[in-house]
Design a protein around this ligand. Structure first.
Ligand SMILES: C[S@@+](CC[C@H](N)C(=O)[O-])C[C@H]1O[C@@H](n2cnc3c(N)ncnc32)[C@H](O)[C@@H]1O
Length: 354
């Protein structure tokens, strides 16, 4: 008990000043500190060299670097005299470079989640949660901005670009992993439609990995207007709640978690109608929470993502296996399988027929 209380008196500071991690990391990304460290000819980079490279006041930057090094984001190199001789990047700081060697950067996602537009709804969470039973339709994002996140993006091209790039950075990292781990899923599949495909990066990866596939990147018209152009991928604008373009398979990543069960079932039905009765499949990429796999260090991230859905979407949620079973079965699929890819997201493949 005493030990627990002692731990609590330390842990409480995480909640008192928890925003500091996000704010200082955002600052480092905006100042391009990881890039400056990476490209500097001398390693480790001294504070004087770094201050010149990023045009910052050395005393202030020194405190920023002390904090980030304490958090394991940069590595301090200590001289014989016990002084900080300079800084090196770590695998963590490299994930914060705007673009890094292996396309695993999370910088766009951090910048989007820490933008004023996305932070403001969090301040309404308790008010909305306490009123949820009585005020249908009142969600934190809508309460603050007067519209849902998709309508907001449609009206604000800068935020839309930031949002789409944030989604794309996760997709560029994860879809190659899926292509490797689930290559059998794409065998014999001639056409794939990516529903809510954003900038089109997922299909860009899939058609490269499986060149026999023709891809249709399907999203709202204002999103596909700014989508990338990949050989073998056609950008198609439309509303997924009206009709999903026909294809052999549907790919749908981080879309179903944006919606409540009722809407999710409707959307899965639209996906089912778009694929053949024989051999048709929907490849869902989303989190499965609550599986309590031993040593699974990503469950915290999944549960945070569930809170993000509460703050930013209209009753979206991350789902347990039972909840996935419910929506997939209700939407009329004959069977499904779940593939764990050791990520915050899993791959769920739903089949129209046995
Ligand atoms: C969370 S993002 C996921 C983007 C992409 N699948 C990814 O993982 O990188 C959800 C996507 O759904 C799209 N979307 C929302 N409502 C839609 C609708 N009614 N019809 C088509 N797309 C829609 C958004 O524009 C957005 O690109």
């Amino acid at each position: 008990m005493e030990e627990e209380e002692a731990r609590a008196s330390v842990d409480i500071w995480r909640y008192v000043f928890g925003f500091t991690d996000m704010a200082v990391v955002k600052c480092a990304i905006e100042l391009k500190i990881p890039e400056a460290v990476e490209s500097h000819p001398s390693q480790p980079v001294t504070l004087a060299e770094l201050s010149t490279a990023v045009a910052c006041s050395p005393p202030l930057l020194g405190r920023i670097m002390r904090f980030l090094s304490h958090q394991g984001i940069f590595k301090e190199v200590i001289t014989k005299d016990g002084l900080v001789g300079g800084y090196l990047n770590t695998p963590l700081s490299r994930l914060m470079m705007s673009s890094n060697r292996d396309d695993k950067s999370k910088a766009p996602l951090i910048l989007m989640e820490s933008s004023p537009v996305m932070l403001a709804p969090w301040l309404k969470l308790s008010a909305v949660v306490s009123n949820a039973a009585t005020e249908e339709g009142s969600q934190p994002f809508e309460v603050v901005h007067g519209k849902d996140v998709w309508a907001y993006c449609a009206e604000d091209p800068r935020h839309s670009e930031m949002f789409n790039e944030a989604m794309a950075c996760d997709t560029r990292r994860l879809v190659p992993v899926i292509a490797g781990a689930c290559s059998d899923v794409f065998e014999g599949v001639s056409t794939v439609v990516d529903v809510g495909g954003g900038k089109g990066d997922a299909l860009g990866v899939l058609v490269k990995a499986f060149p026999w596939i023709k891809g249709f990147n399907f999203d709202l018209p204002h999103v596909v207007e700014t989508a990338l152009k990949f050989d073998g991928v056609e950008n198609v604008g439309g509303d997924m709640f009206e009709r999903v373009p026909n294809a052999d398979a549907v790919f749908i990543k981080w879309v179903l978690h944006d919606w409540n069960d009722e809407v999710c079932i409707k959307l899965l039905e639209k996906c089912r109608e778009a694929i053949p009765r024989k051999g048709g499949k929907v490849v869902i990429v989303d989190a499965v929470v609550g599986e309590k796999k031993k040593g699974d260090r990503l469950e915290y991230a999944r549960l945070m993502l569930d809170m993000v859905m509460m703050a930013h979407t209209t009753r979206g949620r991350e789902r347990t296996l039972e909840e996935w079973d419910h929506v997939i079965t209700e939407a009329g699929f004959a069977r499904y399988e779940v593939r764990d890819i050791d990520d915050i997201s899993s791959v769920i493949i739903a089949y129209v027929s046995i």
